[in-house]
Design a protein around this ligand. Structure first.
Ligand SMILES: [Fe+2]
Ligand SMILES: [Fe+2]
Length: 294
């Protein structure tokens, strides 16, 4: 529907951000069922920054392993492939949020908090409903508003108009984007996720996180992220760029078969787990000067 406008926008955005090559290689390895832990360790070991981050994380109090883990291979065995991919994507995406643009820095940080909150919320919802792959949901939640990052970083003039309209009308950012850009952050984020070859269901969940019923075979995952987004807005975890809580897409409720009685416990768990992970992820992902020089 938005294809022409979207194509025009992408044409204007000359350098869409790229994921570090190492992360792409790691995603390929993890997607290949024939890969071994040794293949994965080989790639990570070639990247000093990722190695340092991984070892710092695995030795942190968040995991609480009793002994010091000194090698990447051992970390992979302890955490598993999915958790490693999760971590590496998280740290690479954090770098995108951490751009040099001072004016938008506060807003980007709030969006990062919102994204991290949605990642935790989606995982909690998935665990509660016994989804098979909850780690995937974490990544989907983390990246659901990726399109907004592209707008902030690569279309600052358009984004300023969107922001002004949201403020003047106190409306949802999604509506302001539709009016001004002719497409929305879900379309833009989806396009980037496809360019990055992110594994299913990530691109589809990004595209349909506001309309989960359209997500086909990934309807449940999209509905979980949709609900996670609303949870984070209700608890005011970060900010997605407006002050409104979007209406729950009614079919999402039926898709998830969640009981209303469960919501309070889920919100409570989200608040606790988000505050546990938040300072830790911030500290563990920021690149120190020594790492930059490495
Ligand atoms: Fe969104
Ligand atoms: Fe969001």
């Amino acid at each position: 529907m938005h294809n022409n406008r979207l194509r025009a926008i992408v044409g204007r955005v000359e350098d869409l951000p790229t994921l570090p090559r190492t992360v792409l290689r790691i995603t390929e390895i993890i997607n290949n069922p024939k890969s071994s832990a040794r293949d994965l360790a080989g790639v990570i070991n070639d990247d000093q920054v990722l190695t340092a981050r991984l070892l710092r994380l695995v030795n942190s109090s968040f995991y609480g392993f009793p002994q010091r883990i000194a090698t990447v291979s051992f970390a992979i065995v302890l955490l598993g492939f999915d958790a490693i991919r999760n971590l590496l994507l998280t740290t690479s995406i954090f770098d995108l949020f951490n751009g040099a643009d001072r004016e938008l820095q506060v807003e980007r940080e709030k969006l990062w908090d919102h994204s991290l909150g949605c990642a935790v919320a989606a995982k909690i919802i998935g665990e509660h409903l016994h989804f098979e792959k909850v780690e995937e949901l974490f990544v989907c939640g983390l990246l659901h508003d990726l399109g907004k990052i592209v707008e902030m970083a690569y279309m600052p003039n358009d984004y300023a108009r969107v922001r002004a309209r949201v403020k003047a009308n106190d409306e949802l950012i999604l509506l302001a984007e539709e009016e001004i850009l002719g497409c929305n952050h879900a379309d833009i984020g989806h396009l980037l996720a496809e360019r990055w070859n992110l594994p299913a269901p990530v691109p589809d969940v990004i595209l349909h996180h506001h309309t989960p019923v359209r997500a086909g075979e990934f309807m449940r995952e999209a509905a979980a992220v949709h609900l996670a987004d609303i949870f984070c807005r209700a608890l005011e975890i970060g900010s997605g760029g407006d002050h409104r809580i979007p209406a729950l897409h009614p079919p999402a409720w039926e898709i998830l078969e969640l009981k209303t009685n469960d919501i309070e416990a889920l919100l409570h768990r989200l608040e606790t787990e988000y505050h546990d992970i938040c300072p830790f992820i911030q500290a563990s992902t920021a690149i120190s000067p020594s790492e930059r020089e490495a």
